[in-house]
Ligand binder design. Sequence first.
Ligand code: S3P
Length: 432
Amino acid sequence: MDQVFTQSGPLAGTVRVPGDKSISHRAAMIGALGRGTTNISNFSSGADCASTLSVLRGLGVRIEAEGGRLAVEGIGGKGFAPERVELDCGNSGTTMRLACGMLAPFPVELVLSGDSSLRKRPMRRVIEPLELMGARITPGDEQGHPPLALKGTGPLAAISYAPEVASAQVKSAVLLAGLGADGPTCVTEVAPTRDHTERMLRRAGVEVRTRGLEVTVEPAIPSPFDIFVPGDFSSAAFFIAAALMRPGSRVTVAGAGLNASRTGFLDVLEAMGARVSVSAQDVGEADEPAGDIVVEHGPLKAAVLGGRDVVTAIDEVTLVALLATSAEGRTVIAGAGELRKKESDRISGTVAGLKAMGASIEETADGMVIEGPVELRGADVFSSSDHRIGMMLAVAGISASGSTKISGWEWTAISYPGFAEELAGLAGGDGR
Ligand code: S3P
């Protein structure tokens, strides 16, 4: 499906974004592992989280859903009774990787499959630690791609594991498997990644200790809990970027998640001289920080980012590249090789799309170099079948002269159905 965007005037008003995708996946899975009813409000409306629900239902978990409200009837992992041999994770890497960890301690035998994008994504990173714990997971090919044939062998051996990549999905898979291990399971990260699993497990009464880069979980059956999922910061980021791209804009994103392990984008924006303010309240270590983000258009300057800046802004790096096209100077993004292993190769997709629109942007092995400022011009571009590339190009489209046609727009429903309408609402300045 194609979607056309034309240059917009200033953006104004308040927007609320769908519930956080990462938190929604975890709430549903950890709720399912408990025994009793977990109530989730503002569950993500994206197709990825629907994939998690479909996998859980396929395991025999009853889930009542009405709008963003969910009641998950946890049956404890031992109650998992797969109705089918093959469970489809769709486009969702989080569903597949976390499900491997969630299922590993239980005597299930099934196949986790996915769409053509998911079948290209690396799974060795979760297979290796889970096999060390005693699970059996056979990938679809020698490179470790899905589908994954999983054979839970019963209680697992606790391990201390240090993943090579900074990945919240790997950490989470090991921690979830650790719930069914014979002692404390420890993950030591190379850089701090999003800590939603740790927070959610604590909320479910599980003992989780964090010391620097080390996280330890004790074996446990999670208790049922209630949670309101904050707005997805990664979705909010598109509106933040849109306001920074369009002169005269002032936009508020209300009720967005502001977990510091997710908001590296805000630090990059500060370095670029952007006018962004946040009002986050203090919360406990079992809760998720959330608040309002207010952003005003103003001149931007180039930034240099790499290492830990990239980890806490991993899903927003494509937006940094877009903003760099309107910033004064040379922006250098390095240490972002993981972007090539997302739903698409996000380095190539970003460079191809923005270059077609007149940007001065080059790809490197692990990042991008962008010279600004340039005037973007409308073009025919492709989402790369990737929700985040599609929405980044939409923000480019409302900033460029002429009109921009984005093909593969349907992929944006992976995290944000209705994004185009919300963006148009802000451009109309109707103050929604
Ligand atoms: C996610 C972790 C990140 C992120 C993805 C969601 C999660 O992936 O890019 O969108 O929910 O744990 P990695 O763990 O591969 O870095």
